[in-house]
Design a protein around this ligand. Structure first.
Ligand SMILES: [Zn+2]
Length: 131
């Protein structure tokens, strides 16, 4: 991320993590503009939820490209996080299912493994004692 994008931030104290840019028909309010005669024009706004409330911020044409990149990047990261989390949850579910379905076999293997460990650990002692 480029440093100069930081200049965009002060106007609204929200991260770009949950917002989107939308084109809206507007009236600018200038009395000499065509929109005063009913011909609305379009402008870009950044919409984001802040504490549950929708906030709308005008986006200057000059900032549009840069802001779009930030918003796209945030959306990409958000989607990626969601995917990773979904995969992790699925993996946990699969592991739980496996453990549940193979409980007896796993108990048996654990028991065999521990028995073998004990046999291996005590073997030399028994042999030494025998001598
Ligand atoms: Zn206007």
């Amino acid at each position: 991320m480029k440093i100069k994008t930081a200049k965009l931030l002060p106007k609204i104290d929200v991260s770009y993590s949950n917002g989107g840019i939308y084109l809206q028909r507007v009236r600018c309010g200038k009395s000499n503009c065509k929109c005063a005669r009913g011909e609305t024009h379009t402008a870009y706004y950044y919409f984001a939820r802040v504490n549950g409330k929708l906030r709308k911020t005008y986006v200057r044409k000059a900032d549009l490209e840069e802001l779009s990149e930030l918003v796209d990047e945030a959306k990409f990261n958000r989607d990626r996080r969601r995917t990773v989390l979904k995969e992790a949850n699925e993996s946990v579910r699969e592991t739980r299912r496996y453990l549940r379905e193979n409980k007896d076999e796993l108990e048996k293997q654990k028991h065999e493994f521990l028995s073998q460990l004990i046999r291996d650990a005590t073997q030399p002692l028994i042999e030494n004692k025998a001598k």
